[in-house]
Design a protein around this ligand. Structure first.
Ligand code: CP
Length: 378
């Protein structure tokens, strides 16, 4: 395969290679020559510096098709692609022929015929990127599908957490030399686990890296997680996934706590918003039960005052903006790996899984949003 659809399709060697390459790209961005933006955000042609010094993807065309709103993911992919010298093209589904009834398959075939080499795609239907991958002869990157997966968010979260824990504990850069591996670390994810593609992809990478991951929320939002814990216990015995509705148990001794966005319209299954805040809001006071120096994470967008207090979200423990910033180097590393940056051109992410003897990656979860894609399989 030649796409990045979810993290469970990567070999661990491929994951480490992306994180290592992201660490190099992060330093490169920070060391941009005077007079050039350290993290170019200009919309327009790539800067002359980028073109001359680091344009391994010059001549490549990257399409950005976001059928759901996004700030962080879309913009960081765009910056990452331009930083590498690629051209970017935004395809607005609402102003494309999709609204005239063109199928996703035909749209994707059309984009390939127009010469796009990569398609970064967010879609409200779980499994949609797998459909796109069948019909697109370049690389498809899943930028979030339904409640299912968000692989680059999981990669950037792991990258951010390793670096921050290494810095907190006085170790070397946690990604560059591997000292940030999460064996012995305890991480909690709190909130709406049922609807979270971020949590599902993060569960794979955090447990694979050796963490004890506690997922916590009201019982109705933990549906399916006991089954996932049993699956990971077999597939990823280096780590552990614990499912609990007890926030104290989730936070106790944790090195990091990640809160997930809670949406008012999804407050079903017994708890009111006020009850959720009372029982599950992550606060500085509640983190006193965590390990000293416990870090706070959130994939964004944040509902301050709901899943987390304003003080914690913007306070010294918070990695929220660090997560956002990590999106650029991590997505640069992903695009390089898929489109032939530091790797030989045409090399495909995922091809080493079989060589490592890993089982085929799991099928997309089936949720309410897959109905129209009933033919999805892999
Ligand atoms: N974390 C995340 O996916 O944010 P956006 O929806 O802004 O891309």
């Amino acid at each position: 395969m030649k796409h990045l659809l979810d993290v469970d399709e990567l070999s661990w060697a491929e994951t480490e290679r992306i994180l290592g390459r992201a660490a190099i790209q992060r330093r490169t961005l920070a060391a941009a020559p005077a007079g050039q933006p350290a993290e170019p955000v200009a919309v327009g042609p790539a800067t002359a510096w980028a073109a001359a010094a680091m344009a391994p993807l010059a001549g490549r065309r990257v399409g950005l098709l976001f059928a759901e709103p996004s700030t962080r993911t879309r913009l960081s992919f765009e910056i990452a692609a331009r930083q590498l010298g690629a051209e970017t093209f935004v395809i607005d589904p609402g102003h494309s022929s999709l609204v005239k009834g063109e199928t996703l398959a035909d749209t994707v075939r059309t984009l390939a015929a127009l010469g796009l080499h990569a398609l970064v795609m967010r879609h409200h239907r779980a499994g949609a990127p797998w459909v796109a991958a069948r019909y697109f002869n370049g690389a498809v990157v899943n930028a979030g599908d339904g409640w299912h997966a968000h692989p680059t968010q999981a990669l950037l979260d792991l990258f951010t957490l390793r670096r921050a824990l290494a810095a907190r504990d006085g170790l070397a850069d946690g990604t560059a030399d591997g000292s940030g591996r999460l064996a012995g670390r305890k991480v909690a994810i709190v909130g709406d686990l049922l609807h979270s593609r971020v949590a599902r992809s993060n569960a794979w990478t955090l447990v694979a890296d050796g963490a004890e991951l506690r997922v916590c929320g009201p019982r109705p939002w933990l549906r399916g997680w006991d089954e996932l814990a049993a699956e990971l216990a077999v597939k990823l015995p280096s780590g552990r996934l614990i499912v609990t509705d007890d926030l104290s148990a989730a936070i106790g001794g944790a090195d990091a706590v990640m809160a997930l966005r809670v949406q008012k319209e999804r407050m079903r299954g017994g708890l009111s918003l006020a009850e959720y805040v009372a029982r599950y809001q992550v606060t500085d006071e509640r983190l006193s039960a965590a390990r000293p120096g416990c870090l706070f994470m959130h994939p964004g967008p944040v509902n301050e005052g709901i899943e987390v207090t304003h003080a914690l979200a913007v306070g010294p423990r918070s990695l929220v903006l660090e997560q956002v910033a990590s999106g650029v180097p991590v997505r640069m590393a992903v695009l390089e790996a898929l489109l032939g940056g530091d790797e030989p051109t045409g090399r495909s992410i995922g091809t080493e899984r079989a060589a490592e003897g890993l089982a085929p990656a799991s099928a997309p979860v089936v949720d309410q949003s897959t109905r129209d894609l009933s033919s999805v399989s892999r």
